[in-house]
Design a protein around this ligand. Structure first.
Ligand SMILES: *[C@@H]1O[C@H](CO)[C@@H](O)[C@H](O)[C@H]1NC(C)=O
Ligand SMILES: *[C@@H]1O[C@H](CO)[C@@H](O)[C@H](O)[C@H]1NC(C)=O
Ligand SMILES: *[C@@H]1O[C@H](CO)[C@@H](O)[C@H](O)[C@H]1NC(C)=O
Ligand SMILES: *[C@@H]1O[C@H](CO)[C@@H](O)[C@H](O)[C@H]1NC(C)=O
Ligand SMILES: *[C@@H]1O[C@H](CO)[C@@H](O)[C@H](O)[C@H]1NC(C)=O
Ligand SMILES: *[C@@H]1O[C@H](CO)[C@@H](O)[C@H](O)[C@H]1NC(C)=O
Ligand SMILES: *[C@@H]1O[C@H](CO)[C@@H](O)[C@H](O)[C@H]1NC(C)=O
Ligand SMILES: CC(=O)N[C@H]1CO[C@H](CO)[C@@H](O)[C@@H]1O
Length: 544
């Protein structure tokens, strides 16, 4: 503890020194803790620095914190040469778009056909290769982004064990977050959240099946977009459920997230859910960023999905203040626009949600594994993955059990069985007419708002979008609460939390506009600082 405190003081001192990162001719370089896509793009355009400089600076920052936070599982050994190539393109007058030459990190379940691993944090997939880039990686590269590396995660996107921890993977170790020593990073996009929050890349991609972008965005003081299932390709993303899996940006501002979403959204012949995209051309999500968007809008608050636990007092008080603030921006907020009693009962006690995921997982994992180009451990289905996990020591079995694997297999049917459909239909009913869609329609609302802690479940079942934005953080006198293994701090001073904007399928354009207006009015992200911040900046690498 003393060591950690000392580190805390040291890093804040060093951080103060680093603010004066001065460029030649009196211009200061963007601070990589706060830099936006537009600032970095401007710096590249005006030749203040290059993409090679950016890659060097971000790698320096990753190495500064890797032993403390275990955020990144691997750095792309080709990142510098890719940056060089993109710098040459720019010099020759070719710019692919706003992400040209910007380094981004992606979660270690988003596969790439390069030298990076595609493990979902498991040694079962160590060395496994894929026949081509995932749909999102392909789009990122086409947009000129540099895939800087892969982020650590809750292993198998948190679909392995009942007694593991957020941000733990056998392959990458334990991620911790940056707002309190040993902070629980939440999950499963744990490394993506921490990396984006302390500027280890311009932003990161996460994936979500039920909360895995929203929750780590919330505790890492970020904007996260959980996209509509079908807006962004999941081809060659290591799956849990074709009905619920999504890929989305985790960024430091709504506008940055909008830039990234614009680059990754769109049809992909390898993911047929993208054929449901209703637009001729993808909306301009950046243009949707409008400071006046809250004016005249109608919101609902489904109070009966909020189940506060001890310690949630400051969160709810801050959320209630946000309601007043949204009203003062010219919006109407109807409180207690609840889900039906039947929906509430399923939400609390039902088994439909878990059964759909388990049944999809058995079939969808098998389909993913069948696409591998090399499969060094010969794992072709969940039975074989489980057997590997239970016998391979570093997987930490039995201390970290395989309860979720076990129960998925014990179910006795997968998503091709007629037994599956009633559970899936139940999800659509309680999250649709009896939940989100029913509330929106019955009260003529534009969107719902909730504290992000309570927002993922219904949109997950329905495949609909959510945008989370920083809402506040726990006060200094908050008692520290540890996780069930007593290893990570779940609750404590300075730990951030978010507010979610929830809408119908493919309403990202609207949700982004609302989140942007709220963000611009509140600027909450800037009101709390991480306890650990890497010191290396552009000034340290330029000319080296
Ligand atoms: C972590 O950073 C240190 C430098 O601080 C470096 O020596 C080490 O190789 C890094 N670890 C990994 C796995 O990249
Ligand atoms: C694991 O957690 C699930 C969901 O909470 C529960 O249904 C199941 O009984 C648990 N299994 C074990 C072995 O604890
Ligand atoms: C996509 O293809 C799968 C398998 O062929 C099929 O089960 C599913 O219904 C299709 N989904 C859509 C949205 O077309
Ligand atoms: C909505 O739910 C809240 C929380 O459970 C409850 O206090 C309130 O009475 C409910 N309102 C309506 C109109 O059902
Ligand atoms: C899910 O719950 C329902 C109602 O309690 C029950 O009838 C059904 O057997 C359960 N399904 C499974 C697969 O456990
Ligand atoms: C996790 O579960 C296993 C049994 O499956 C048990 O042996 C172990 O003690 C549990 N660990 C914790 C921290 O709960
Ligand atoms: C909305 O109204 C319809 C028709 O009255 C009803 O069936 C549905 O349950 C309502 N939904 C909600 C969330 O109240
Ligand atoms: C690149 C990187 O930061 N790797 C780290 C992953 O986490 C382990 C600890 O579990 C570190 O040893 C690595 O340095």
């Amino acid at each position: 503890m003393a060591l950690l405190l000392l580190k805390l003081i040291l890093t804040s001192l060093l951080f103060l020194c680093n603010c004066a990162s001065i460029a030649p001719r009196g211009h200061s370089y963007p601070d990589l803790l706060t830099a936006t896509i537009e600032e970095l793009e401007q710096g590249l355009k005006s030749k203040q620095f290059t993409s090679v400089d950016l890659v060097k600076a971000y790698i320096g920052r990753i190495n500064e914190v890797n032993s403390t936070l275990s955020v990144v599982t691997e750095i792309n050994p080709d990142a510098l040469s890719i940056a060089k190539q993109l710098d040459s393109e720019r010099a020759a007058g070719k710019c692919r778009g706003p992400l040209h030459g910007l380094p981004i990190l992606i979660k270690n379940n988003i596969a790439t056909a390069d030298k990076l691993g595609n493990t979902a944090g498991s040694f079962a997939l160590y060395g496994a290769t894929v026949p081509r880039d995932s749909g999102v990686a392909k789009k990122l590269r086409a947009a000129g982004a540099i895939i800087l590396g892969k982020t650590n995660l809750s292993q198998w996107a948190n679909f392995r064990s009942n007694n593991s921890t957020n941000g733990f993977s056998a392959y990458g170790g334990q991620v911790t977050a940056a707002y309190y020593p040993k902070q629980d990073p939440s999950g499963s996009s744990s490394g993506s959240g921490v990396a984006s929050s302390i500027g280890l890349a311009v932003a990161a991609l996460g994936t979500e099946t039920d909360g895995s972008i929203l929750s780590p965005s919330s505790v890492n003081n970020l904007v996260g977009i959980k996209t509509t299932v079908g807006l962004v390709s999941r081809s060659l993303v290591i799956p849990i459920s074709q009905r619920q899996d999504t890929v989305g940006p985790m960024a430091r501002s709504v506008k940055d997230a909008a830039y990234i979403l614009s680059a990754i959204a769109g049809k992909d012949p390898y993911d047929n859910y993208t054929s449901a995209i209703p637009f001729k051309t993808i909306p301009n999500y950046v243009a949707a960023c409008n400071v006046n968007a809250l004016k005249g809008k109608r919101f609902g608050v489904p109070r009966n999905v909020i189940y506060p636990e001890a310690g949630d007092g400051p969160l709810l008080a801050t959320f209630n203040k946000a309601i007043s603030l949204i009203r003062s921006a010219g919006a109407t907020v109807l409180d207690n626009t609840n889900i039906t009693a039947d929906a509430e009962n399923e939400y609390l006690n039902g088994n439909a949600s878990l059964i759909v995921l388990e049944a999809d997982f058995v079939a969808d994992l098998k389909a993913y594994l069948s696409q591998l180009k090399t499969n060094p451990n010969n794992v072709h289905n969940l039975q074989q993955v489980r057997a590997f996990t239970q016998r391979f020591k570093p997987e930490d079995y039995p201390d970290r059990d395989t309860a979720v694997f076990d129960e998925s297999l014990a179910l006795g049917f997968d998503n091709t069985s007629p037994k599956f459909w009633p559970y899936y239909q139940r999800n659509l009913q309680i999250a649709g007419p009896e939940g989100i869609l029913g509330i929106l329609k019955n009260h003529s609302l534009d969107a719902l708002i909730l504290p992000t802690d309570f927002s993922p479940d219904l949109p997950a079942r329905l495949g609909t979008p959510v945008v989370t934005v920083p809402l506040g953080f726990y006060p200094e006198d908050t008692p520290v609460v540890y996780n069930s293994r007593n290893t990570l701090v779940e609750l404590g001073p300075q730990i951030p939390f978010g507010i979610s904007f929830i809408g119908p399928a493919f309403s990202e354009e609207l949700l982004i506009s609302l989140a942007y207006a709220y963000e611009q009015k509140t600027q909450t992200r800037n009101k709390v600082q991480p306890y650990i911040i890497p010191n290396i900046g552009l000034a340290d690498v330029i000319g080296s």
